[in-house]
Design a protein around this ligand. Sequence first.
Ligand SMILES: *[C@@H]1O[C@H](CO)[C@@H](O)[C@H](O)[C@H]1NC(C)=O
Length: 590
Amino acid sequence: MAIRTMRRQVLLFILVFYFGSVAGQVSYSIPEEMPKGSFVGDIVQDLGLDVKRLRLGKARIYTGDGAEYIELNKERGVLLVKERIDREVICAQTVPCALHFQVILENPMEFYSITVEVTDINDNAPIFKRGEMKFRISESAVTGAVFVLEQAIDLDVGPNGLQSYLLNPTDNFVLRLQNQADGTSMVEMVLQNPLDREKDDHLSLVLTAVDGGDPQLSGTVLINVNVLDVNDNAPVFTQKIYKSTLLENLAAGTVVITVSASDLDEGFNGKISYAVLNSVDVSSYVSVSADSGVIHAVRSLDYEQIKDFQFRVKAQDGGSPPLSSNVTVKILVQDQNDNPPQVLYPVQTGGSVVAEMVPRSADVGYLVTKVVAVDVDSGQNAWLSYKLQKATDRALFEVGLQNGEIRTVRQVTDKDAVKQRLSVIVEDNGQPSRSATVIVNVAVADSFPEVLSEFTDFPHDKEYNDNLTFYLVLALAVVSFLFITSLVVIISVKIYRWRQSRVLYQSNLPVIPYYPPRYSDTLGTGTLQHVYNYEVCRTTDSRKSDCKFGRAGSQNVLIMDPSSTGTMQRIQNEKSILDEPDSPVEVRLI
Ligand SMILES: *[C@@H]1O[C@H](CO)[C@@H](O)[C@H](O)[C@H]1NC(C)=O
């Protein structure tokens, strides 16, 4: 444009040089974008001409470059807009913007220099070249971080040109304009509040550029900010503590409980894996699935060994570095009725028989003994009840349901058998219940021989006793035989010697009888000497099964052990056997 203007002025200079001087000049000012035919200026009046002269002088406009925006109306002597004038096309950002041309008259030739200044109107809004700006910003970006934005362009000039920018919303970013050497401003947005992807992973902002025209025009551009995740959240368990009960004896692999944690981060930063923490003991009981948080019993548990345990489970995300948290898990093992009652008393040892003695004088309600049992389970599973299952005479005894006490229910009579055999069943209260059976032998008798005679009726005892009696009789016979034989031999020898001496000395001495001293005791009592030794076991309290050694007078328990070889232990009432109150209380017959 500048080149065109220059050429036009050079040409004008040449014309003036050849044909004469510039007769006059005038300037007008019109706004751009005036419609065709709009009035520009009255040159007849402004240059002191008349309409006739214009007509006769063939007045015309000379622009030099051919682009004619202005025309001359010779009838009215005025300049009019010939074509739409766009200031931005003619002058761009050049200010002022003017059209220079000449009005040429002939006869005589005259030049009039006309300048039409085209003023700017606000016919252009600020625009952004791109429709959208995109940013990917980490949520860890620090406040003060600067992001350069694209500038807007406004083709208008002066006050109609670009004036300022606005950014909305301003929760996280504020706008900053930096003046540059070329007069424009660098547009930046500055982070003023940290981003939080967990709150907002995407921000949409609008940048608006406004000009100073009236009315004001503006242009906008969308700024999309994708907030990138960083591992800034640790996993959080859904509960503060986890509690569960687990039946004992359940198979390995039983699900105990499921722990669950969540992580607000995304991707690997939010991918959680679970692990049991730091307990060697617990890892033999339970394990946790790393992915699901399901806690798998590793083996079946025995309530009698472990009633409860606790451990911590860690949840860790996959970030780098990873974040973790942990939670306590408490497990109560629940008892199952897996143990039957165990009878402590009467002791059921193989072979030996313990009998409780009941005197025939016993009253109704006489405490015979007490069945003592325990159950290692707990609660209902260890709650025991006692029932009489079988009895030689059901009408004679009863068993306390709760305490296992065996008592007589009626007066004992002479007709009652000495040997009474009771079968007591001990049941726990579990579901289903478990039970144990105990045999209680009762001897209804006042004296030991009575008891002995009855209880030796046991087939194996009888056989044993028969054998023993046979050997005793045999031994007695042999001893007696040897004794008599030796006595006869000794007397015979003595008589023989006496006769010899009488024959030899023919003495008159009186006869003195001779008694060998070592046989005097034997001859005096006429019995064999036996060694007796015995122990007494009696129950002073039927709750206790332990034995006490005591005097024979209070003893009422009989123990026979046929399994011992060659030795028979008998506990018996001393009075009834030996009739000797101060003798030892127990007898061992060898
Ligand atoms: C378990 O969490 C507590 C805080 O709740 C922490 O102090 C401890 O270090 C964590 N233990 C492990 C092994 O991660």
